[in-house]
Design a protein. Structure first.
Length: 181
């Protein structure tokens, strides 16, 4: 059994969790999420706690125990508080703007880069159009869209230009140096 999977998940006030026929739905102030549960994982609600257990015939599915507990925990946290990822753009002329359901990025290419914003994700641009804030209730969607944005121009190690997560450390390299005789 997973050490993480054994821990109960507390349900905060204002969040409603329902389990029926292998599906779990979580509804809270930030939004609602739905997910399927592996048939060999049993999810039960006792009071204001959610318990994730393995069924008796599924002892070989122990590797999914902690995974499903974390997925349910992320659903509860997302419905209550939501998730947010900040990205910083570093470089001359790098800027971003939101135009309807498109994120327009100026990244030094000869053409603008426009990304469609997925449904359920909110994108804001702050601080001189160089900080992008991606937020939503689904942790996987928020992280995936932030990774797509970062992949448009990842930080390069010589000058540090590019898009990076807030607080990300980019190891810098020395450029060419004159040979000494």
């Amino acid at each position: 059994m997973s050490r993480k999977g054994k821990l109960p998940i507390s349900i905060p006030s204002g969040v409603e969790v329902k389990v029926n026929n292998g599906e779990i739905s979580v509804k809270g102030p930030k939004g609602s999420l739905h997910g399927k549960i592996f048939p060999e994982i049993a999810v039960s609600i006792e009071g204001n706690e959610v318990h994730v257990q393995l069924t008796e015939e599924a002892k070989d599915a122990g590797n999914l125990h902690g995974l499903y507990r974390s997925l349910v925990q992320n659903m509860v946290t997302g419905a209550e508080k939501g998730f947010q990822t900040r990205l910083e753009m570093i470089g001359v002329g790098y800027r971003a703007s939101v135009q309807g359901q498109l994120l327009d990025l100026q990244l030094g290419f000869s053409h603008p880069t426009k990304l469609p914003i997925p449904q359920g994700i909110q994108v804001e641009v702050a601080e001189k159009n160089t900080v992008i804030i991606v937020s939503g209730v689904d942790k996987q969607k928020v992280g995936q869209f932030a990774a797509i944005i970062r992949a448009m121009r990842p930080p390069e190690p010589y000058q540090g230009k590019g898009i990076r997560y807030a607080g990300e450390y980019v190891r810098r390299k020395d450029g060419k140096s004159a040979s000494k005789k």
